[in-house]
Structure formats: structure tokens, C-alpha cells
Write a protein that binds this ligand. Structure first.
Ligand SMILES: Cc1cc2nc3c(=O)[nH]c(=O)nc-3n(C[C@H](O)[C@H](O)[C@H](O)COP(=O)(O)O)c2cc1C
Length: 339
């Protein structure tokens, strides 16, 4: 069932009420679960994204996919990110996600992972800009929440053909600016631009100029993403792209306080590193959120965060031996108290 043309109004478009630069926790599968989003919110993130959630899974009422639509108390505006390739499935998925209390809905046009791009979703959707348009329009028409999209700089037609996907675009290199131009009549509120091509994967230079150029074609919020690991790089990215904000992904591993550090650095040109005692406190409150969000179930996921927290610490090797096997909050507490 389609709900037709529900309008996003100024009142429900949270993007318009945020102070700039906007500091965003970028979506990361297996990382940005509700507990991690909460710990980032408490440490300065202005907006947090869920990991990508399958539109097909929601459409077909998959229990596992539905369980991913959780929001914890204390999270800042949470944007739910959907992936898929079928506009009809996006319609129902959007309606379901809208009812869960998220602040916004994002569509994934950037993922290069086999399980997504290999089946024609994520970054490979750009091979067919009409299809992209249909998906975005369907999402806009089925929610009153602000809609955003996440894109990469570009993808080669050749890369899509190599996956045996039918390429509708006539261009050898399809750029996200082509998509931005195509959707100019749709009410998209924000775009996260990862300044790398599909072919670059997750390494290599960010094209800051490209992100800056996107401004010519889009009046909404632009969030620059890629390669931000410290406040200095955050500032540089903002200066070079003139974006409204930045999205941080891997730079937040074991460092959810990076958002606060960036805020401090932008204001005062200084920021503080955390002591091990402070890190332990944050790790424990993170673990508490995990416990609150689903008992010990999420503790397996928590193990990798604990390993990130111990990075560069004196007893990291010994600590890790204990932390890779933890099964509960109490065990984490006991293991950390030893050091
Ligand atoms: C482990 C991992 C999972 C990711 N999952 C998603 C995802 O679910 N949706 C998405 O749009 N991007 C995803 N990304 C891409 C990031 O959001 C980001 O665009 C990319 O890592 C570049 O930013 P960075 O250089 O700050 O890491 C993922 C990246 C990583 C490393």
C-alpha cells in the first residue's frame, strides 16, 4: 500500500535545527548498533546513522531485520539507513521504519560490499539513474521524515557490467552529481558524500573538490565523508569541502569521544586526549547500553569495540586475551578493573 505525498515540514526536518558544522556518525554495518549510536550521541555526535537495514527484509517481515530497528533513550537524531534495489519494497520498508520513531530515513547508494552491490544495490544502483529516482521518490512519498541519501563520488559502468548488471547509463563513469541533478525536483534534505569512487573501496585520496562542487547542484545539507581520523583532519575536510558537516566512520573506532574533540578543536584549536581511566569509564557505559539494548546478546558485538578501546594502551595484549571472551557486563567490569 502506498501513502501518497506526505510532506516533510520544517517542524519535522531535524536537519534544519542543527548547529553547523554538523557532526555525524556515518553508518557502519556491524558497528553502529543502538548502543554504539548512544555512546556517540553522549560524546558529541549531532546525528547518528543506523547500520544499513535491508528494505527487502522489512518488506518480507524478517524478524531479524525488524529487530535492527531499535532506538535507545539518549540517542540524538537517529537516521535509519535502508538498502535494496526494488522501489516497491522500499515503500513498505519506509512505512515500517517511519513508525519506529526515527528522525530521518537514508538510502544507501554507496555500499560496495558483495552482498549489496553484487546484487545491484548500494553503489551499483547508479548504473540506472531512473531506478535511483524511483527509489528516492518512493521513499519521499511514504514518509513525513526528512530523506537523505549516501553516495560515493562515482562508479565506472565497467564495474557494474563486471557484475553482470544491466547498465542503463550511457556514461563510462557515472558520477553522483549526475544523480543529484536527476533528483532536483525531489524533496531530499541531506546528502552524505563519501569522496572516494566505488573502485577505490575504502582507501586512497578523498576528492574534496568534488564534494565542494556538489554544492552547485544541491541546496540541502551536504555532509562530507572519508578519511577523518582526528580533529585536524576534520577541520581540513570542512575547509576544503565547505560542507555543512562531516561524517565519521572508521575514525570513531574505540574513540566515540572524537566528536567532542572535534567540537573543542574547531572552537579553541585545542583538544584533550582521554586517560585510560576515562576510557574505561566510557567503555563501561557503552557496555551498559549494550546490556540495556538486548541483554547479553549484543555482548559478542561489544568484544570488537573493547579491542578498539584498548588500542595503544600499555597492557593491550594481556587485556585483549580477557576481553575477546567476555559474555556479560559483569565480566567486562572485572576484566577492566584488573588494569
Ligand atoms: C565496517 C564498515 C561498515 C560500513 N557499513 C556501511 C553501511 O552500512 N552503510 C553505508 O552507507 N556505508 C557503510 N560504510 C561506509 C562508511 O559509512 C564510510 O562511508 C566509509 O567508511 C568512509 O569513511 P571513513 O574513511 O571515515 O571510514 C561502512 C564502512 C565500514 C568500514
Amino acid at each position: 500500500m502506498m501513502i501518497n505525498k506526505i510532506k516533510t515540514t520544517k517542524q519535522n526536518n531535524f536537519w534544519l535545527s542543527l548547529r553547523k558544522p554538523i557532526l555525524v556518525l556515518a553508518p557502519m554495518a556491524g558497528i553502529t548498533d543502538p548502543a554504539f549510536c548512544t555512546i556517540c550521541s553522549k560524546n558529541g555526535a549531532d546525528v547518528v546513522y543506523t547500520e544499513m537495514i535491508s528494505a527487502d527484509g522489512l518488506h518480507y517481515n524478517s524478524k531479524k531485520t525488524h529487530e535492527m530497528l531499535k532506538i535507545l533513550k539518549g540517542e540524538k537524531p537517529v537516521v535509519v539507513q535502508l538498502f535494496g534495489k526494488d522501489p516497491e519494497k522500499f515503500a513498505r520498508a519506509t512505512q515500517i521504519a517511519t513508525k519506529q520513531g526515527f528522525s530521518g530515513i537514508d538510502i544507501n547508494f554507496g555500499c560496495p560490499a558483495k552482498k549489496v552491490a553484487g546484487h545491484g544495490g548500494g553503489a551499483t544502483l547508479m548504473r540506472d539513474l531512473d531506478l535511483c529516482y524511483k527509489i528516492i521518490k518512493t521513499v519521499c512519498n511514504n514518509t513525513n521524515l526528512p530523506v537523505s541519501i549516501k553516495v560515493r563520488k562515482s562508479i565506472k559502468a565497467e564495474s557494474c557490467k563486471a557484475k553482470k548488471l544491466d547498465v542503463k547509463s550511457k556514461k563510462d563513469i557515472i558520477e553522483s552529481i549526475d544523480l543529484i541533478k536527476k533528483i532536483k525536483d525531489l524533496p531530499v534534505s541531506a546528502i552524505i558524500i563519501h569522496g572516494r569512487t566505488y573502485e577505490q573501496g575504502f582507501s586512497g585520496e578523498i576528492d574534496y573538490n568534488y564534494i565542494k562542487k556538489a554544492r552547485k547542484y544541491f541546496n540541502g545539507i551536504i555532509i562530507a565523508n572519508g578519511n577523518i581520523y582526528d580533529p585536524e583532519q576534520a577541520k581540513k575536510t570542512l575547509q576544503l569541502t565547505e560542507a555543512d558537516g562531516i561524517g565519521i566512520a572508521r575514525g570513531v573506532y574505540g574513540k566515540p569521544w572524537i566528536f567532542k574533540q572535534i567540537e573543542d578543536y574547531l572552537e579553541t584549536n585545542k583538544y584533550k586526549e582521554k586517560t585510560w581511566n576515562q576510557i574505561k569509564k566510557i567503555a563501561l557505559s557503552h557496555a551498559k547500553f549494550v546490556e540495556n539494548s538486548g541483554g547479553n546478546y549484543g555482548m559478542i558485538e561489544m568484544r570488537k569495540h573493547l579491542l578498539f578501546y584498548t588500542k595503544n594502551q600499555e597492557n593491550a595484549r594481556e587485556m585483549r586475551k580477557d576481553l575477546v571472551a567476555i559474555k556479560s557486563f559483569e565480566e567486562i567490569k572485572k576484566a577492566l578493573e584488573k588494569y
